[in-house]
Design a protein around this ligand. Structure first.
Ligand code: PLP
Length: 360
């Protein structure tokens, strides 16, 4: 029996996608082989990777002036590739520190230049998106960096910083394709696939063309965006099966009705849980209301023993992976695109039941 999996990542995939992959697992269409067994240079595989890119472009309305790259190394390698490729002018970049993932990006950037932290909510366990003034941004900076949705703390930027002519780089690992976004606002978007896009193994990078080739060729070939852009992500063997699965997920999103429909469903799912948290006497959400994420919803009872008892009891009911990140404790429900509305309803019903049982 399949459970309702609230994992922050790798995360739930749509059942229809898994079933389609299963039906094509041994023999993909009339190729006589599994996608896993195909040469990445074959005609059949070219159609898969090109189709995947086309679907992503369609769903996100990616302008022609942006390249789409399918890379490896996870979102974490982008913490390195971004400064390595972009910190080439003033060698300065501005950061808004919203948690562990932005801190890791800051740490890597410091190896290539000056990482200036404009604002941080660290002192308050990153429970909100810190405010900043436009004047704080350095006009000379090579880029401004944000982690748009903070998987661990359940916060997201509802307004993007206005960075003027300085390119905005954003980690969208846990919110890509969760709601409508204007790609034109960004210089680089990157996301590890294993939350909203597919299985782990492929990282999507959407990069404005003028940001490619700002670094000279002395950096390692595999870490230069130009290498991958010039070879349509085929400089070496790409993660072929993960890209195929990503294509199936994107096809599923299109069949759902595209980003508007997905956004509507996500808002509906999130409000079912937030509305309950706002009225519950036992549970409370930990993220500032105005910065709440649609994808990751952390909550606590305020009593660690009770939190652990809740996670255990929920698991026994088939509501799994609700334990909060080790750095913050409590609970976290990750409700990515593939989480059905019934999963969120089942969680809230169970929370209500648990609350009744623990009424004083
Ligand atoms: N960025 C965010 C927002 C994340 O949530 C994660 C992982 O959970 C990462 C980056 C790291 O991703 P990866 O494991 O693909 O390197």
């Amino acid at each position: 029996m399949r459970v309702y999996n609230f994992s922050a990542g790798p995360a739930v995939l749509p059942l229809e996608v898994l079933e389609k992959a299963q039906s094509e697992f041994v023999c993909f269409q009339d190729s006589g082989m599994s996608v896993m067994e195909m040469s990445h240079r074959s005609k059949a595989y070219s159609q898969i990777i090109e189709g995947t890119e086309a679907k992503l472009r369609q769903l996100m309305q990616i302008p022609d002036t942006y390249k789409v790259l399918f890379l490896q190394g996870g979102a974490s390698l982008q913490f390195t590739m971004v400064p390595m490729n972009l910190m080439t002018g003033s060698k300065k970049a501005d950061f808004i520190d919203t948690g562990v993932w932005s801190s890791k990006a800051i740490k890597e950037a410091k190896k290539f230049g000056k990482a200036n932290v404009i604002a941080s909510s660290k002192a308050d366990t990153y429970s909100y998106i810190p405010t900043y003034k436009k004047e704080q941004f350095d006009k000379e900076a090579d880029y401004v960096y944000i982690c748009q949705n903070n998987t661990i703390y359940g916060t997201k930027f509802n307004t993007l910083p206005n960075t003027g002519n300085v390119p905005l780089v954003a980690d969208l690992s846990s919110c890509i394709l969760s709601e409508k976004m204007d790609v034109n606002r960004y210089g680089i978007i990157f996301a590890g696939a294993q939350k909203n896009l597919g299985p782990a193994g492929v990282t999507v990078v959407i990069i404005r063309e003028d940001l490619i080739g700002r670094v000279d060729e002395s950096i390692p070939t595999m870490l230069n965006y130009k290498t991958h852009a010039a070879n349509d992500s085929m400089f070496n063997t790409p993660p072929t099966y993960a890209i195929y699965m990503l294509g199936l997920v994107l096809e599923w999103m299109l069949a759902q009705g595209g980003i508007e429909v997905i956004e509507k469903k996500n808002k509906e799912k999130a409000s079912i849980l937030y509305d309950y948290l706002d009225t519950s006497k036992l549970f409370r959400g930990t993220a500032a209301k105005e910065d709440r994420s649609l994808m990751n919803i952390p909550f606590v009872t305020g009593d660690e023993t009770l939190d652990a008892a809740f996670v255990k009891a929920a698991t026994a009911k088939g509501l799994v992976n609700l334990k909060g990140h080790r750095s913050v404790g409590g609970m976290r429900a990750s409700i990515y695109n593939a989480m059905p509305i019934d999963g969120v309803k089942a969680l809230v019903d169970f929370m209500k039941q648990f609350e009744r049982q623990h009424e004083e």
